[in-house]
Structure formats: C-alpha cells, structure tokens
Design a protein around this ligand. Structure first.
Ligand code: F6R
Length: 606
C-alpha cells in the first residue's frame, strides 16, 4: 500500500526521493509524486502509473531543493489520477499519507463552511486543507500540523512539508508504520527501513500516536499525550534491507529459489545442535492452554489452516482459525486459557492488528509469528517469533509462507512435548525429518522445467480448480490464491471431499483440475475424486510422489513429481509446485509477476 519518504538532506532531494520510492514499489501502487522546498518555495510533481512516468516528468520539469517528501499511492478514495496523487497541497503545506482518514467527510463539510473547496476525491486532501486553514489563523507550521492531527480519526502515517521551511518535516503515525532515519547532518522519514536503506542504517521507529518534528539537527518526538518521548535509535542490518533480484527475472522467482536457505535459517534459529526446540522466550506453558485461536489474512491464513492440523494431531489442542477481517467485528468470546496466535509476514496488516488488539486483555497470551521484527504486530504481542525469511518483495507471498509453517510446525512439536502427547523420541524423528527439508525442497525446485511446461498448458485456461484433502486442502487454497493473484486466471480450491457437493458441476473438458495428493493414508479417497473428474473429461494435473503417480495411472493430463517426505511435512514441500505453477503461468501470460494489478504487499488499510 502507499509508501512514504521524506528527506532533509545535503544534496538534491528529488533523485533521492525517487530512488527511495523505487524501494517501496514492492508495496504496490498506481501513482506517485514528490514535493520539494527550493529557495523557500514549495513545488510538486505527480504522475500516474509506474515511477518511470514520474522520472520522465522530472526530466522535463525538474524539481530542485534539498528538502522533500515523496509518495507511492495505492488508490483507496478516488481513482488513480494525477489530481488524486500525493503529495496533496493546499497553500503553504504539502502532505503525503498512508492509511485512511475516516472522518474526512465531516472535516470537508466543516471546511466548506469556510468556503474552502476541494480539488480531489481523496481523504488525504482534507489534511492539507485543514493544516492550511490552521496556518491561516496564524499558527506556526508545527502548531498547524499538530492541530490538524488532533482532528483526524482513522489510520495514518503522515509527512508534512511547508513553504518557506527547508529544514522541517512533521511526521506522525497512528495505525500505519513510519520510521525516522538518522544521517550525518541529514534526516529522513520512510514507511520502512527498506526505503531508507542506502541512506542510513540508523532508524527510530515511531510508536502509535507519535508525532515527530524532524530537522537536520535531529528529531523531537512527542507521544500521543503530547509528552516528549525518547525512542531508541536502532541499527538495522543491511541484509534485512537488501532488495535485489540476484540474477533472477523476478523477485518472486528469487524468493521461491531462496526457500532451502531461509527455511534452513529458521531451523538453525530454533533448533539446538542436540535437536531440541528452543524458543527464545519459553513463556508459553502449553500444558495450561485449552484452546488456540489463530487469526490472519490471505496466505498467512492458509498457514494457520495447515498449523491447525498439526496442533490438533500432534499436541491435541483444539484450534480455531479465523480470517482477521471477520474475527475483528464478530466479537467472539475468548475463554480463559486461550492462546491467541497471529500470523503475518509484514506484521502491519490492518485487520490482523485489529484482531490482535481485540484479544488483548482477553486471551492469556498474545503470540505472533511474523517476518518483520519491528512491525506493529510484533511489538504489540507478548511473544513474537520471527520466521527469518528475509525481505519478501514479490507481492505474492512464497518464502514467508514456508517459513511460517516451518515455525508453526516447531511450535506444534513443542506443544505436543509439553502436553505429554509427543515422546522425545518421536519429537527427535520429526526434527531430523525437518532438518532434511531444505535439501528436499532443492530437489522439488529441480522440477522447475516440468512445472513450467505444465504451466504453459494451464495459461490457456479461463478457470482452474484445485483439490486437496487433509493437510493438502490448505495447500490447494494457497495454490489457487497464488494462481489468481498473479496470472489473473480464475482459480478456486475445494477440499476433495466437497467436489460432489457442488463444484463437480463445473467440470468439463475445458477445466484443468490441480490435485495435490502425496501418497498418504487419504490418497485412495483423492484418487476416487480424481476419477470422477476424469470421467467428466476434466483435465487432471496431479502433484504427487513416485508412488502416487504410479498408482494414479496414465489417464491424468499431466503429473508433477515430488520427492517423498513424511506425511506431516508435505505442506512445506507441496508449497513449491503451487508457487511454481502460478509463477510460470503468469510468466506465460505476460502479467506483472512482482506487482500484480490492484494488489498491495502490506495491507495497512481495512
Ligand atoms: C498472497 C499474499 C496475501 C498476504 C496477506 C496477509 O500471496 O501475500 O494474501 O498473505 O495480505 O499479509 P501479511 O502476512 O503481511 O499479514
């Protein structure tokens, strides 16, 4: 979603802002803009579409000045047009914003009474107009920005730049992340450390409700009650901010290929050389947990569905899994001895964060499994377990999913052990099988060419059905989500047993059906479902192991061969063909793999 940058520098700001915005491209956007102050004068440039359009405009109409703010906009209120693009300006102030100002209609109505008119359809313009209005009453820029902030409801990260002030950015955060970067005689503002990576590795993360007055001399932060706040400066590791394709055509391809390494990193983090599972904070006494509530969105939600099988089978704990946007408004009862577990790559997903806040003071423990350790979800959890996937840039989540389920599997093993349902011998067997997973994933990645060929056939379809049973059901859901989000082919997933209860009506010779089915105890049942599809001329793509493919016979349209792994570990492995099928189908269709239309990487609005 929208990305923000700001710079009070020593050099021309425009190129620095555009470069920083490039590093925020991964969040998803449909227009971009920058504003600078040059010789005291505020000016801006904005363009629809990719950043290259903004850069082109800057070639023809350069923008000088060493102080500036920039923005990539993911449209919420109003179409992606130049008029609606940020920065929004009113008189002496320009504003960039990530989030949604919920009371913007009310503020607009109030401003209209002062004959203040609007140019855009956005909620953000009201912030600029309101600040301008306060400036015109004689307030200083900081007073006017703070007065405007007092009026805002909703979620925001905001940066303000003022005419006549080339050493001032006011920044504020409520609900959406914002960081301040410290340079030598220069200061920066950014949606995340990645935006600021080559500029500085010294970062202060603003807390909820914080307001920051940034000058080249430093930053003064006030908390939500207006008290001076001392927020730490953290040194961010360059590795955690590295964003390059490492020779791959797309970030998604790179991130798929990285999985053996990052899963290995996660295992190294949580396993001792003696194969004990070590969580840095051993504060969850699973013996005292009666129920787990797992909440997430999208791919992270499917990771929770996988983990439900594991927690229930290995640790015998009842688990409920919910979509965050449903959970947060349903007001579900949270009985005593409930562990609330939130899974999120970004750690900033608005609905997941709201669900977490709902559980605060209700659940015994708030646990999160996150990729970004400085994220809001991590910071608001009692315990945050990192998945160590490294920066994930491709909008379609890949390595984060496999790292999430790896960490959740370890957690289920730990829970099983602490609850007395898993002997240490069995646990050791599981752990040594898990240790082999990175190299088994490398073998699965060797199937790339076979999967590419199957994908070329798939790319001609209008609809695709995914089927899976047991642990493969969430994988079928994940495969369908991956395919639809990056190839724009309509894809649906069903638990294989549900086929006869409706979706079988869709089957004809035009319908490819991807069946995810390792040769496990449920395989025979799935083969029956597959026969039902083939009897109706449906085209089956079977993803299975040697034994499964042999048993299924020659009638399938095509098969994708996976190595054999113990049944409980199949979800980690079968994520690879699900991801590669989607990837190669999208490449065959020529879609924008890393930044699919309409999607944002970090969904910071609900
Ligand atoms: C799909 C995808 C999304 C995210 C979802 C949650 O490929 O990436 O469905 O999984 O938006 O995001 P996080 O994990 O950041 O909370």
């Amino acid at each position: 979603m929208c990305g923000i940058v700001g710079v009070l520098g020593d050099h021309e700001a425009a190129p620095i802002l555009v470069e920083a915005l490039k590093r925020l491209e991964y969040r998803g956007y449909d227009s971009a803009g920058i504003a600078t102050v040059n010789a005291g004068k505020l000016d801006r440039r904005r363009a629809v579409g990719k950043l290259v359009n903004l850069s082109d405009q800057l070639v023809h109409e350069p923008l000088a000045g060493k102080a500036g703010i920039g923005h990539t906009r993911w449209a919420t209120h109003g179409a992606p047009t130049v008029t609606n693009a940020h920065p929004h300006r009113s008189g002496a102030v320009a504003v960039v914003h990530n989030g949604i100002i919920e009371n913007y209609r009310e503020i607009r109505a109030e401003l209209a009474q002062h004959n203040i008119s609007f140019e855009t359809e956005t909620d953000t313009e009201t912030v600029a107009l309101l600040t301008h209005h306060y400036l015109s009453t004689g307030m200083s820029p900081v007073e006017a920005a703070f007065a405007a902030l007092d009026r805002l409801e909703g979620a925001f990260a905001l940066a303000f730049l003022f005419d006549g002030e080339d050493d001032l950015i006011v920044a504020a955060r409520k609900g959406s992340p914002l960081a301040v970067g410290h340079g030598d005689g220069e200061m920066f503002v950014g949606s995340d450390a990645i935006a600021l990576a080559p500029l500085t590795d010294r970062i202060t993360y603003l807390e909820e409700g914080d307001r920051a007055v940034v000058t080249r001399a430093g930053v003064e932060i006030r908390d939500e009650k207006g008290r001076l706040a001392n927020r730490p400066i953290k040194t961010v590791s360059i590795d955690n901010t590295r964003v390059d394709k490492a020779g791959h055509k797309h970030f998604m391809a790179k991130e798929i290929a990285e999985q053996p390494k990052v899963i290995g990193d996660a295992l190294a983090h949580y396993l001792t050389p003696e194969n004990d599972i070590h969580f840095p904070e051993e504060t969850i006494d699973f013996a005292k947990v009666d129920r787990i509530v797992m909440v997430a969105c999208g791919t992270a939600y499917y990771a929770c569905l996988v983990a439900k099988y594991w927690f229930e089978q290995i640790a015998r704990i009842p688990v409920e899994v919910d979509i965050a946007s449903e959970f947060r408004y349903r007001e579900p009862p949270i009985p005593a001895r409930t562990l609330a577990l939130f899974v999120s790559q970004s750690g900033e997903t608005a609905d997941t964060l709201a669900a977490l806040r709902y559980c605060r003071d209700k659940a015994d423990t708030i646990l999160s499994v996150i990729n970004v350790p400085e994220s809001s979800i991590a910071r608001e959890s009692d315990i945050a377990l990192p998945i160590l996937a490294g920066v994930e840039v491709g909008v379609a989540s890949t390595k984060a999913f496999t790292c999430q389920i790896t960490v959740l599997f370890l957690l289920a093993l730990k829970a099983g052990e602490l609850r007395g349902h898993l002997s240490s011998d069995r646990r050791a067997d599981h752990v040594s099988a898990l240790r082999a997973i990175p190299s088994i994933i490398s073998l699965a990645l060797d199937q790339n060419e076979a999967i590419r060929k199957a994908s070329v056939r798939l790319s001609e379809s209008r609809d695709v059905l995914f089927l899976g049973r047991g642990l493969m059901y969430p994988l079928a859901l994940e495969g369908a989500l991956k395919l639809k989000e990056i190839s724009y082919i309509h894809a649906e997933a069903y638990a294989s047993g549900e086929l006869k209860h409706g979706p079988i009506a869709l089957i004809d010779k035009h319908m490819p059906v991807v069946v995810m089915a390792p040769r496990d105890t449920l395989f025979d049942k799935t083969v029956s479902n597959m026969q039902e599809v083939m009897a109706r001329k449906g085209k089956v793509i079977l993803v299975s192991d040697d034994a499964g493919i042999e048993e299924a016979g020659d009638d399938v349209w095509t098969s994708i061969r996976m190595p054999s792994v113990p049944p409980l570990l199949t979800p980690i492995l079968y994520a690879i063909p699900a991801q590669l099928l989607a990837y190669h189908t999208a490449v065959a269709k020529g879609t924008d793999v890393d930044q699919p239309r309409n999607l944002a990487k970090s969904v910071t609005v609900e």
